[in-house]
Design a protein around this ligand. Structure first.
Ligand code: C2E
Ligand code: CA
Ligand code: CA
Length: 398
């Protein structure tokens, strides 16, 4: 990052003029500065600034020319802040913050009675318009997502997880859907990223967890009414995003909600993705805490991270879910088969259960069974289905 430099001006010196190119801003160390515009040759004072205040920042934020002039009212010392120093910060700022800054700048320039537009090329103008539209779309999308939460427009779908020995369901994974009036049924990859960037993931995750506990209770009650209590303990796997752990009410939620619905912690598997483990040691502690409360923990999308085997020695997890990218290649690539076999054998040695995800063909299911994978999940056994369809599924698969 470039250095801030000092500069001195004498009383009456002109620091810059309206319409000059601007490549730096100034922080006043001592003395005063007058900012003024000119109209038909008459100077109009806009403001008078003193120590600690900043001026000349507008031009470097939007690459425009100076919209007013600045003159030293007294002997003056300023620190010069380069464009790079601002630009580096703007580059890493949230796009919404950048948009708000640009809107504010336009308004301020409007108030000064100056046209804000630097001479942009047509391409530059179109690019700027496109990124403006994208940010606006994102803000609207966030607002819609928030409304969806308020209006309870989310649904939980359930996808069976079966035993490889007999292809019978032992549990389900709960998967969120957003039933939007304008967009139709929206899949989570399209909105959970936005929910994570904003903190909406926390209330959405809470809704999911509560709905999952309620549904599990109903599935178990349904099963025990049909086949007796001892066979009714199917489980539900619930996806938990990394951000949810840092919510101060997260563990209290884990404590209270299963009790509210009378379901056992042991029947609720918490699925976390490998990638959150990269974010730091605190997850070791959180995972242990979940397990000590009685929740089994699954490592989702196993094999898509960087050092998958080291996770298994560093973390105590109950299940790993082999990612679909491996399963997809099983039939064609002998190498993948060898890798999957090694993963299964290491997991078994560590007494970790293995689920293979994304099983779409019978052949894949048979290969996985032969490799010793005990649990399978994928379209071959069933796509995610609604609550009512899940009850029908349970009825048929008794
Ligand atoms: P995931 O946890 O890896 O969930 C499995 C995804 O694979 C689901 O997509 C499922 O529908 C899909 N899938 C299952 N079997 C097959 C198959 O045989 N072939 C193919 N091509 N796909 C299959 P879905 O429901 O769209 O969810 C996508 C991701 O969104 C999930 O990936 C999970 O990361 C996230 N997600 C879903 N629900 C929740 C939730 O309640 N909370 C959080 N934090 N994330 C969720
Ligand atoms: Ca999952
Ligand atoms: Ca997965």
């Amino acid at each position: 990052m470039s250095q801030t430099t000092l500069k001195k001006f004498k009383k009456g010196d002109l620091i810059f003029r309206a319409h000059d190119e601007g490549d730096c801003a100034y922080i006043i160390d001592s003395g005063r500065v007058q900012i003024f515009t000119e109209s038909f040759g008459v100077e109009v004072a806009v403001s008078s600034l003193g120590p600690g205040e900043i001026f000349g920042e507008m031009a470097i934020l939007d690459h425009s020319t100076r919209s007013a002039s600045a003159r030293a009212l007294e002997d003056l010392q300023v620190s010069i802040v380069s464009r790079t120093q601002f630009q580096q910060r703007m580059d890493i700022a949230d796009p919404i913050v950048r948009l708000l800054v640009s809107i504010l700048l336009k308004r301020m320039r409007g108030n000064l009675g100056v046209s804000e537009t630097p001479q942009l090329s047509e391409k530059h103008r179109l690019d700027a318009q496109e990124s403006h539209n994208k940010v606006i779309d994102k803000i609207k999308f966030e607002a819609e997502l928030f409304e969806a939460l308020m209006d309870q427009s989310f649904l939980l779908y359930f996808q069976p997880i079966v035993k490889s020995a007999d292809f019978k369901a032992v549990g389900f994974e709960a998967l969120i859907r957003w039933q939007s009036e304008s967009r139709g049924m929206v899949r989570p990859d399209l909105f959970m990223g936005v929910a994570e960037e904003t903190s909406l993931i926390v209330p959405i995750g809470k809704w999911v967890f509560e709905k999952a506990c309620e549904s599990l209770r109903n599935f178990q009650t349904f099963l025990s009414s049909k086949i007796g209590h001892e066979k009714s303990n199917i489980f539900l796997a619930v996806n938990i995003s990394g951000k949810q752990f840092s919510d101060i009410n997260f563990f209290q939620m884990l404590e209270t909600i299963p009790k509210k619905y009378g379901v056992k912690e042991n029947d609720i598997k918490l699925e976390i993705t490998e990638k959150i483990l990269l974010e730091g040691n605190i997850f070791f502690y959180w995972i242990e805490k979940c397990r000590s409360m009685g929740f089994p923990v699954s490592l989702d999308d196993f094999g898509t991270g960087y050092s998958m085997l080291s996770y298994l020695s560093d973390f105590n997890v109950d299940t790993i879910k082999i990612d679909q990218s491996f399963v997809r290649k099983l039939e064609q690539e002998p190498k993948t088969r060898i890798i999957v076999q090694a993963i299964i054998s290491i997991a078994k040695g560590l007494r970790v259960e293995v689920v293979a995800e994304g099983v779409e063909t019978e052949k894949q299911a048979i290969i996985l069974r032969e490799l010793g994978c005990e649990y399978l999940q994928g379209y071959f056994f069933g796509k995610p289905i609604s609550y009512q369809e899940t009850l029908n599924y349970l009825e048929k698969n008794l």
